[in-house]
Design a protein around this ligand. Structure first.
Ligand SMILES: [Zn+2]
Length: 146
């Protein structure tokens, strides 16, 4: 393998991408036509699935990531290891989802795939998507240069 070839994805990630594609086909997205599916994998290997669910009142739309995360919480899972998100354009999680996921698993790994190719971005650390994420812990003050 030369240095320009990315390492092969683990089998579970390849399988999760395929599953996320199936889930994306179920998205309720009559307004955007932008199908997103995701699989969240917890530390014990359980999978939780989500697709985007749009609404005529746009602001109440749910992203695939928050649907999967909410299912995980409802089933007692809060130790999350990886999230695999597929969309038409390998879209990155929105700001709301970054914050939502960070609450539970700031060190989870993120993979971004698309609906048709084998091109995948990741693994990337969720923490890197949301520097200085909001938490209820005391935030360190930045050092001043004076
Ligand atoms: Zn989102």
């Amino acid at each position: 393998m030369d240095e320009s070839t990315p390492p092969a994805l683990p089998k579970r990630i390849r399988e999760a991408i395929e599953r996320a594609r199936e889930i994306a086909s179920r998205a309720h997205c009559p307004y955007s036509q932008f199908h997103v599916g995701c699989v969240l994998i917890d530390a014990s290997g359980r999978w939780f699935e989500g697709c985007n669910v749009e609404n005529a009142s746009y602001s109440v739309t749910l992203c695939a990531e928050r649907v999967a995360a909410s299912q995980a919480v409802a089933q007692g899972s809060r130790d999350w290891k990886e999230i695999i998100i597929v969309s038409p354009t390998r879209v990155s999680p929105c700001g709301t989802c970054r914050q939502f996921l960070f609450e539970f698993a700031p060190d989870m790994q993120v993979y971004l795939g698309d609906l048709t190719t084998d091109d995948v971005i990741g693994p990337l650390a969720l923490r890197d998507f949301l520097p200085m994420a909001m938490t209820l812990q005391q935030t360190e003050l930045p050092r001043r240069n004076s």
